[in-house]
Design a protein around this ligand. Structure first.
Ligand code: ZN
Length: 268
């Protein structure tokens, strides 16, 4: 099976379509939230996603649009787009956003938007925060979005690491160790992003961020996503160019802020 891991589409239809063009051999999409906010095509993006085999969790922008989070938590630009998006969305698409769970466990993967500890809000940008979060999910792998930066945090050994057939590291042992203030694993999780090499799922627990489809923030404006290949046991990172100016022209026509328009060209 091949799963596409996507996040933070942010109503950027041109970027989403470019990614989908590459997903023809994918069995299912795992979407990590923020389908809307910032971009000009909220209905189109939600409807496209809904037509595909997928599972999805809610992001902070999705929640803001449906009124689940106060808009005062957002900066002026983001707040304006959230209000505009709310007016645009069909009742059916609003209902779709309202029904999204905040956490999904799928096999050995936990899917959230922000972090396993704070699924909607917390940003996992730094190893220290990532390290704390390894105690907050009960699978070996956690998929997160929200920062718009492709990242892999490598954590402690796999939970069910087996020696001579016996499980040596059950989850509760690790939790007890954390509660007692002992470190689990020997080092801070390492932040790895090697976009050109597949990441092999092996001996360590991982927190994996595929980057953002619709508003990348790592200095590369191309849409970002990842593929989990169960047969190979790998996660591969991908970047796709898309017509940024097409999205920007639509944002211009709606009257979205120049700052939001400009950042798409920069990938920042
Ligand atoms: Zn986002």
């Amino acid at each position: 099976m091949r799963y596409a891991i996507i996040s933070d589409i942010h109503a950027n239809l041109a970027a989403f379509q470019a990614v989908l063009e590459e997903l023809r051999d994918v069995d299912r999409i795992w979407c990590l939230g923020d389908m809307v906010g910032y971009g000009p095509n909220p209905n189109e993006c939600i409807e496209l996603l809904r037509r595909l085999p997928h599972i999805a969790v809610a992001g902070n922008h999705d929640w803001a649009v449906i009124g689940e989070l106060p808009l005062t938590d957002f900066n002026d630009d983001a707040r304006w787009v959230c209000e505009w998006t709310r007016q645009q969305l069909t009742p059916d698409n609003l209902a779709y956003l309202a029904e999204l769970p905040t956490t999904i466990v799928q096999g050995n993967f936990t899917l959230v938007h922000g972090s396993p500890r704070e699924p909607v809000w917390e940003y996992l940008l730094y190893p220290r925060t990532a390290q704390q979060n390894f105690a907050h999910f009960q699978t070996d792998y956690c998929l997160v979005g929200h920062t718009h930066v492709p990242t892999v945090f490598q954590g402690p050994l796999l939970l069910a690491e087996r020696v001579d057939g016996a499980v040596t590291r059950p989850f509760h042992q690790m939790l007890t160790a954390l509660e007692q203030g002992r470190t689990v694993g020997t080092e801070l999780p390492e932040a790895l992003v090697r976009p050109n090499e597949p990441l092999h799922l092996g001996t360590r627990r991982l927190i994996i961020n595929p980057g953002s489809v619709g508003q990348p923030r790592d200095g590369n404006p191309q849409a970002s996503y990842a593929i989990y290949d169960t047969e190979q046991g790998t996660i591969e990172y991908h970047r796709v160019p898309y017509p940024v100016e097409k999205t920007q022209a639509q944002m211009e026509a709606i009257g979205l802020s120049q700052r939001l328009i400009a950042r798409l060209s920069l990938g920042w």
